[in-house]
Design a protein around this ligand. Structure first.
Ligand SMILES: Cc1cc2nc3c(=O)[nH]c(=O)nc-3n(C[C@H](O)[C@H](O)[C@H](O)COP(=O)(O)OP(=O)(O)OC[C@H]3O[C@@H](n4cnc5c(N)ncnc54)[C@H](O)[C@@H]3O)c2cc1C
Length: 393
C-alpha cells in the first residue's frame, strides 16, 4: 500500500492530504506538522479573505487556481457548515492619479472573467458611506471566512478518511531509500513512497533536505494588523482596499470585516527578523544570517529602499498606520485603532532580487515541493491540492 507523506499542517498541506485521501482510498496519508496544532502559521494569521482573483496575470497559476479556488472554498464551507460570507469588495481610487491603475485592474478583472464593475462616488457611498473615493472597482465574488476553521475541518476529514495528522513532528532530514524516501522527524522516521512539501515559511529548507536546489529563497515579510475599536466599527461595512502598487505583490493596508464581525486593518509589509517573527522583538540568528547573505535580498532592497523605509516607519507609528487608513476612510484616527497581532508571509525571492510572482510548485520524482504559496494560496488551497495530486498521478 503506497504511503503519502505531507510536510506541513497549514491549509495547503491539509487540503492536499485530504485530496490524496479522496483520490487514493487504498493508500495511507500522513501529515507531519512541527507545531502542537494545525494552522499555526500563515493559515492562522491572515486576513480571512476569499479572494476573487482580480490582481493576477491571466493564465497564471494564481489567476486560474484562485478563481476556481474561491468557488471551491465557498462550496466546501457550504457543505461543511463553516461560516462564510460572499460580501464583495471595493478597491478604491482616492485621487485622479490612481485612476489609470484602477482602470488597468478593471481590465485585468474582466480578462480573468470576474464580476467586477467600475462605480462612481455616489454608488460607493451607497455601499460604504464613510469611504472617500474618486472611483472604485466593485468585485462581487470576494468573500470572508476563518481559514483556521477550514484547516481544522480538513484535518478532521483527513483523519475520518483513515489518514493521520502527527503534531509536534518536525521534519529534520530526508534520505532516499530505493524508490521511497525516509522522512526523519523529531518523533521518529516515516517511509514515504510519495512526499509533498507544504512547509510554508520553511519550504525551501525542506526542499534542500531532499537534495533539491530551489530556484528562489523564502524571505519572511511580517504583516501587522490593527483592529478598529468597537466604537469605530460602524465606519466599515465590508472590505475596502487601496489601489495596489503593481511593483509589489502586497495589496496595501486594507480594511476587512472579519467573519466574527470585528474589523481588521492591515497588513503592512516589513522584513521579519525571523521566519516566524511575529514582532520586532523576535529574532532568529540563523534566519537573519540566511537573509543577510542572500544576494537576492540585497538586490531587492536596493531597488525598493524607499518603499521599505516607509513600511518600517508605518510599523513603528500608530499615527502613520491610521493615516494610511484615513486615505480610504477619512474619519479613522489613531485613537480608533489598537494593535491586533501579525502574520508572516513566506515570499520567495529569486537571486536577481525579483519577487516570485506566481505560485511555484516543483515536481521531482515522486515528490512535489510547494516553494511559493503566498496570498491567495488560502483561497486557492483546495485547487492547489488538486493540482498537486494530479502531478503525483
Ligand atoms: C498577513 C497575511 C495575510 C494573508 N491574507 C490572505 C487572505 O486574505 N486570503 C488568502 O487567500 N491568503 C492570504 N494569505 C496567504 C495565506 O495565509 C497563505 O498563502 C496560506 O496560509 C499558505 O498555507 P501553507 O499551508 O502553505 O502555509 P502555512 O500555513 O504557513 O503552513 C505551513 C506549515 O508547515 C509547518 N512546517 C514548516 N516546517 C516544517 C517542518 N520542518 N516539519 C514539519 N512541519 C513544518 C509549519 O509549522 C506550518 O504549520 C495571507 C498571508 C499572510 C501572512
Amino acid at each position: 500500500m503506497a504511503h503519502y507523506v505531507v510536510v506541513g499542517g497549514g491549509i495547503v498541506g491539509l487540503a492536499t492530504a485530504r485530496q490524496l485521501a479522496l483520490d487514493y482510498p487504498h493508500a495511507t496519508v500522513t501529515v507531519l506538522e512541527k507545531e502542537d496544532r494545525v494552522a499555526a502559521h500563515q493559515t492562522g494569521h491572515n486576513s480571512g479573505v476569499i479572494h476573487a482573483g482580480v490582481y493576477y496575470k491571466p493564465g497564471s497559476l494564481k489567476a486560474v487556481l484562485c478563481r476556481a479556488g474561491a468557488a471551491s472554498m465557498v462550496e466546501f464551507c457550504r457543505e461543511q457548515d463553516i461560516p462564510y460570507q460572499v460580501c464583495g469588495k471595493l478597491i478604491v481610487a482616492t485621487s485622479e492619479a490612481e485612476l489609470p491603475r484602477l482602470h488597468a485592474l478593471h481590465e485585468r478583472a474582466v480578462a480573468n472573467e470576474l464580476p467586477a464593475r467600475l462605480i462612481g462616488p455616489g454608488a460607493v457611498r451607497e455601499l460604504e458611506p464613510d469611504v472617500s473615493a474618486v472611483e472604485a472597482l466593485h468585485v462581487a465574488s470576494t468573500g470572508i471566512v476563518d481559514y483556521r476553521q477550514v484547516a481544522s475541518r480538513l484535518a478532521d476529514l483527513v483523519q475520518k478518511a483513515g489518514g493521520t495528522v502527527r503534531l509536534g513532528a518536525r521534519v529534520t532530514g530526508l534520505q532516499p531509500d530505493g524508490q521511497a524516501v525516509v522522512v526523519n522527524t523529531t518523533i521518529g522516521a516515516f517511509r514515504a513512497d510519495y512526499l509533498v512539501n507544504c512547509a510554508g515559511l520553511h519550504a525551501d529548507r525542506v526542499a534542500r533536505l531532499a537534495g533539491l536546489h530551489p530556484p528562489a529563497r523564502i524571505v519572511p515579510f511580517r504583516g501587522e494588523y490593527h483592529s478598529l475599536r468597537t466604537s469605530a466599527e460602524g465606519l466599515v461595512r465590508g472590505l475596502i482596499y487601496p489601489v495596489p502598487d503593481p511593483r509589489f505583490p502586497f495589496l496595501g493596508v486594507h480594511l476587512t470585516r472579519m467573519i466574527d464581525g470585528s474589523v481588521h486593518a492591515g497588513p503592512n509589509a516589513v522584513l521579519a527578523t525571523a521566519r516566524e517573527g511575529y514582532s520586532w522583538g523576535r529574532f532568529q540568528a540563523r534566519d537573519v544570517a540566511e537573509v543577510a547573505t542572500y544576494p537576492g535580498l540585497w538586490r531587492l532592497a536596493r531597488r525598493h529602499f524607499r518603499y521599505g523605509l516607509t513600511e518600517v516607519r508605518r510599523s513603528l507609528s500608530r499615527r502613520r498606520f491610521a493615516q494610511s487608513l484615513a486615505r480610504l476612510v477619512p474619519a479613522i484616527t489613531a485613537d480608533d485603532i489598537v494593535p491586533a497581532g501579525a502574520g508572516v508571509r513566506a515570499q520567495a525571492i529569486a537571486p536577481d532580487g525579483s519577487l516570485v510572482d506566481d505560485f511555484l510548485i516543483l515536481h521531482a520524482r515522486r515528490q512535489v515541493h510547494v516553494l511559493n504559496a503566498p496570498s491567495p494560496a488560502a483561497t486557492s488551497s483546495l485547487e492547489i491540492a488538486k493540482h498537486i495530486a494530479a502531478q503525483l498521478r
